[in-house]
Ligand binder design. Structure first.
Ligand SMILES: O=C(O)[C@@H](O)C(=O)CO
Ligand code: MG
Length: 258
């Protein structure tokens, strides 16, 4: 039976961020994820999680300065000390929030720059993070992003991400498959999940092409949820979608699973 986490960055946006925890719990979720905890003291977030009986299953390292086009710092040559300070800060939040998986963001490779240099910096920084997180049983996931969300992100394909995960070669580092991006970039999702089985540690879902509830569009998610069960995937599936209408009105698809 698949386990779903509400993504509080994209769902329940009818409410201010701190009120989304209660809304998710009232809708029947027992777990949540979100992009960034760093705008709030960890103690404030912990209170919300505890008050509503929620488990935090994923957050990301910082995106950096989005006004300057940054979307992750860990692959950027020359920014290693900022990246590692953020990796350390993410560990503090993960321990305070009892979160066992962190998405270590890579970054954008500006036009004309050498991809391999950015990959090497990402490999070095993720190894640093993996070794630092391992004694705390905290895992790292790396997520490919399609051009729809972030043009020129270090990796767009799941297979490219897998290659880097293998090169990083740490037992607590795996792929995060966002099936929205995966369908756009790689397609052939059944074979993708079969090929990567054992190498992914987190899944996210949204319909394609509109990034709404996973009950519409070109992908048959009921089939994929069954496939994930058959493959023995026991991790979380994050609902990283933008509700078509209100969040609550769009929750019929999840009722059999909650
Ligand atoms: O799909 C996404 O965009 C997110 O999961 C993310 O982590 C950062 O872009
Ligand atoms: Mg995603």
């Amino acid at each position: 039976m698949p386990k779903f986490a509400a993504n509080l960055t994209t769902m329940f946006t009818e409410y201010p961020f701190l009120e989304r925890f209660k809304a998710a719990a009232q809708a029947g979720f027992r777990a949540v994820e979100f992009l960034s905890p760093f705008e709030y003291p960890a103690s404030v977030l912990k209170q919300e999680l505890d008050n509503h009986g929620l488990q935090l299953v994923l957050f990301n390292t910082t995106v950096g300065n989005t006004a300057k086009g940054e979307w992750g710092l860990n692959a950027l040559p020359g920014r290693e000390s900022d990246a590692r300070a953020n990796i350390d800060l993410a560990l503090e939040y993960a321990l305070a929030l009892n979160c066992q998986t962190i998405h270590v963001m890579a970054g954008v490779v500006p036009e004309g720059q050498q991809q391999y240099l950015y990959e090497q910096v990402q490999v070095d920084n993720v190894r640093y993070a993996a070794d630092k997180y391992a004694p705390h049983n905290i895992s790292i996931v790396l997520e490919a992003l399609s051009d729809v969300v972030k043009p020129n992100y270090l990796y767009a394909s799941q297979y490219h991400t897998l290659k880097l995960v293998k090169r990083i070669n740490r037992p607590n580092v795996s792929v995060q498959i966002d099936l929205f991006h995966a369908q756009i970039v790689d397609g052939n999702l059944t074979h993708l999940l079969q090929n990567l089985n054992g190498h992914f540690g987190h899944i996210q879902v949204a319909s394609v092409p509109d990034r709404h509830e996973p009950d519409d569009g070109e992908v048959n998610f009921t089939y994929l949820f069954n496939l994930l069960d058959q493959l023995g995937y026991s991790g979380w599936i994050g609902c990283e979608y933008i509700p078509k209408n209100t969040t609550k009105a769009g929750l019929n698809w999840i009722k059999p699973y909650l």
